[in-house]
Design a protein around this ligand. Structure first.
Ligand code: ADP
Ligand code: MG
Length: 396
């Protein structure tokens, strides 16, 4: 990531010269699991350092490169410290829309990376022996702790709000209000962009509040029993923090302005083709819809990564997922993509798909801009004008 400025991209620009940042793409290769070991699957990845790896695709080597490649020995702490997550949080505190997104096939380690194994969450339910292991907690919990610590350094007022939703069969479910009878609607407004109507929002003052939101949402996540993995999920989950911080205007110490940053964590549904597991008709229907969101996300990523297409029509509106990710992918936000794969030769086809997806994402160029309340923006410009008039000794 290059350093970012506070300037906003002019709407009239036609070339993409002003786009100076790329999406940060990291890869995590998990260890072979016991099933893969028992089957004597071979290890199909070779690590060459510097974010480069080689995958043996039926004896044909294929090369890939990312910002960082995490090898199977990488710990949860390594991922948090070295994926660029801290920088993402710092930027969210400074008013940018930031997203961390995990993708890959079911069982590749997305949820493990984002939240850790389930017993890291429900301490009370695991009293019969297993206790949460602080080393195993995921990127989200570590981010909450870091965010709150960094927020202490902000002198002005700050308000953090959290929402948590799931997209299942192209329907939006509020994970903090699961008894809501109707599915929620995704709407668009000039000021907010795409947003979910009537989504429950919890104001959070401390790390425990954020943890409670995460736990509540995880309990309510819908999981279907699936051939590949008992913890597999057929849904996309999205936890969003909005972070309002009142900060001193660098040009005028008497002026305070409120920046609204966003920090979104997305755990995508498994990207595998449905034929990989036995699927009933219901599962097939689910899978088609899930694939639609992932397919559209893939199409958006391809278009955004192509200099010839990125000025044209990007099909965000074709799925709920891409509508909600539009502001972070579409050039004004900052995105960390975490591709998750198994090194098992048995899954090399899906692994290559994930790696290609990740390579396309790496080509996306962005120009992050700070988000401010539009009313606030107007007040700020009026205040500046008053100041100039005062300096010129013009009394109204
Ligand atoms: P996904 O969410 O992609 O479907 P999970 O995160 O649920 O996959 O991972 C599947 C299983 O593999 C889980 O039991 C998880 O704890 C384990 N696992 C995943 N990644 C790792 C890792 N890096 N180290 C150890 N175990 C892992
Ligand atoms: Mg999962």
């Amino acid at each position: 990531w290059s350093s970012t400025t506070l300037s906003s991209a002019a709407a009239t620009e036609t070339s993409d010269d002003h786009l100076d940042d790329h999406i940060n793409v990291v890869l995590r290769v998990r260890p072979l699991n016991s099933q893969e070991q028992n089957r004597n699957d071979s290890f199909c990845a070779q690590f060459h350092g510097g974010g480069r790896l080689e995958v043996q695709n039926f004896n044909q080597p294929k090369q890939f490169g990312y910002n960082v490649v995490f090898e199977p020995e990488a710990t949860q702490e390594d991922i948090f410290d070295n994926s660029g997550m801290k920088k993402l949080i710092d930027m969210a505190l400074n008013g940018y829309a930031c997203t961390a997104l995990a993708f890959g096939q079911t069982g590749s380690g997305k949820t493990h990376t984002m939240t850790g194994p389930p017993q890291q969450l429900y301490e009370d339910e695991f009293e019969g022996g297993k206790h949460p292991d602080p080393d195993m907690v995921g990127l989200m919990q570590r981010s909450f702790t870091y965010l709150l610590k960094q927020a202490e350094g902000v002198t002005g007022n700050k308000v953090i709000r959290a929402s948590y939703l799931e997209i299942y069969n192209e329907q939006v479910i509020d994970l903090l209000n699961p008894n809501q009878k109707r599915y929620l609607q995704v709407r668009w407004s000039k000021n907010k962009g795409f947003y979910v109507e009537n989504l429950f929002v919890a104001e959070c003052e401390c790390v425990d509040d954020l943890m409670a939101v995460l736990e509540e949402g995880m309990r309510n996540r819908q999981t279907g029993s699936h051939g590949l993995n008992e913890f597999s999920s057929r849904s996309h989950s999205m936890l969003t923090l909005t972070i309002d911080t009142e900060q001193q205007d660098p040009d005028d110490e008497n002026l305070y302005l409120t920046k609204r940053g966003k920090l979104t964590f997305v755990d995508l549904a498994g990207s595998e083709k449905v034929k990989d597991s036995e699927s009933s008709d219901q599962m097939l229907k689910e899978s088609n819809n899930i694939n639609r969101s992932l397919l559209v996300l893939g199409n958006c990523i391809s278009s955004l990564g192509d200099p010839k297409k990125r000025q044209g029509h990007i099909p965000y509106r074709d799925s709920k997922l891409t509508k909600l990710l539009a502001d972070s992918l579409g050039g004004n936000g900052v995105t960390l993509m975490i591709a998750c794969v198994t090194p098992s030769s048995h899954h090399v086809h899906e692994t290559i798909n994930t790696l290609r997806y990740a390579s396309r994402a790496k080509k996306i160029k962005t120009k992050p801009i700070v988000k401010m309340d539009p009313r606030e923006k107007l007040i700020l410009s009026l205040k500046r004008e008053v100041k100039i008039l005062r300096n010129e000794n013009v009394y109204l």
